[in-house]
Design a protein around this ligand. Structure first.
Ligand code: NDP
Ligand code: GUE
Length: 338
């Protein structure tokens, strides 16, 4: 079956028409709404692993450039937690480092130790010339002040981009390290030719690591920015009314499957940042679900990211990207990052 909607929604995906324009399109109203339900394949399922692989292969070329000049990029990860999910993420980061030829230095600190032990370790890593990037896995224990941890890291080695100096540079439009998850979302949209300029972006969540930097990137006068951006949170009144208006909807609330099809406008791009472990009757005893109810949202969306295999792999790819950028900045050896 051929479907005229394809061309309309392709325009939406590529940003040459907004979802509202497509909805108003006469052809869509008369022919294609039925088409949309009959032909669910028109929704693009964004493949985060594929985009991450592409970025990592480009980052790997930059690693070779640095190594040719005698510089081996190094990333230090610090884990002060017994949480299983955190352990998984940190080991994924180490594995990707290995694949790309980035040296990884892993440090574990007992979560019962006083904050000073972590601060001392950060001080050592700040001084270590083999370490170009430092990542302290969040969350840290309650007795350790998160803000103090972020401020302790040398901003030039802060590959998460969470230090206030780096936040300031990002907001000012002069980013040093773009935070990995929102930067990954930008790269993912670009890879699928999904335009942000002039479109309505709605971000659900205002955390320092995802929601706020995502909104900041969307409003920059830059590629991947120039979107009109709304930031929602737990005090937002009538959330569904806001999310339905989105051309690009980013869910980062940490609430399993809270965004369902009813909250998604026809033709929107839905980016699910959420990674939630929920109990399941399988070997692991849990499964991963996003903040989006994938099945119902997919019926409305023109493009959607899955969990797993969506934003997560991009977060790791952009951490590698920032580590290589750090190695280049600290060594003075130029690299051609994508
Ligand atoms: N894919 C990836 O690479 C990554 C995934 N994540 C995942 O993304 C999710 C969000 O993480 P993070 O930003 O650190 O989470 P936080 O818990 O720090 O922030 C959650 C945000 O969502 C808002 N929120 C919570 N409940 C609701 C609700 N019912 N309606 C509207 N807004 C709500 C909160 O509002 P308020 O401020 O008012 O409390 C807060 O701003 C988690 O599932 C996390 O695991 C995180 C990092 C990377
Ligand atoms: N300082 C700091 N920086 C972070 O970037 C940071 C952090 N702390 N704390 C926790 C969150 C979470 N996070 C993820 C990264 C990759 C996946 C990822 O690759 N997920 C895979 C699946 C993983 C699995 O199987 O469990 C996927 O979505 O396909 C998920 C989550 C980084 N975070």
């Amino acid at each position: 079956m051929t479907c005229d909607t394809e061309s309309v929604w392709k325009k939406v995906r590529h940003g040459t028409a907004s979802a509202a324009e497509a909805r108003a399109d006469e052809k869509f109203d008369s022919v294609d709404r039925s088409c949309a339900t009959v032909n669910p394949t028109m929704t693009t399922i964004i493949d985060g692993n594929e985009v991450a692989d592409q970025i990592q292969s480009e980052v790997s070329t930059c690693v070779d450039t640095l190594r040719d000049d005698g510089v081996t990029p190094g990333l230090a990860t610090v884990l002060m937690s017994d949480d299983g999910a955190s352990e998984t993420y940190v080991s994924m980061k180490q594995r990707t480092c290995e694949e790309l030829g980035i040296e990884s230095f892993h440090h574990e600190i007992d979560p019962d130790e006083p904050a000073e032990v972590l601060f001392d370790r950060i001080d050592e890593l700040n001084e270590d010339p083999a370490v170009h990037g430092i990542l302290v896995q969040m969350p840290v224990p309650d007795h350790v002040e998160k803000r103090a941890v972020l401020e302790r890291i040398d901003p030039v080695k802060d590959v998460d981009g969470f230090h206030p100096e780096n936040v300031g540079k990002l907001v000012a439009g002069n980013a040093r390290y773009k935070p990995c998850t929102p930067h990954g979302v930008q790269k993912m949209l670009a890879a699928y030719d999904i335009e942000t300029e002039g479109r309505d972006a709605v971000v659900v969540g205002r955390s320092d690591i995802v929601g706020k930097p995502m909104a900041n990137l969307f409003i920059q006068r830059d590629d991947g920015g120039n979107a009109t951006t709304t930031v929602c949170h737990s005090r937002t009144d009538d959330l569904a009314a806001k999310t339905r208006e989105a051309d690009i909807l980013v869910a980062a609330a940490g609430v399993p499957e809270m965004i369902d099809g009813e909250m998604v406008g026809e033709g929107a791009t839905v980016v699910d940042v959420g990674i939630n472990r929920v109990d399941a009757d399988n070997e692991k005893g849990y499964e991963l679900v996003g903040d989006v109810d994938f099945e119902s949202a997919k019926e409305k969306a023109s493009a959607i990211t899955p969990v797993p295999g969506g934003v997560g792999p991009l977060t790791i790819a952009m951490l590698m990207y920032n580590t290589v950028k750090g190695a280049s900045l600290q060594s003075g050896v130029p690299v051609d990052l994508p």
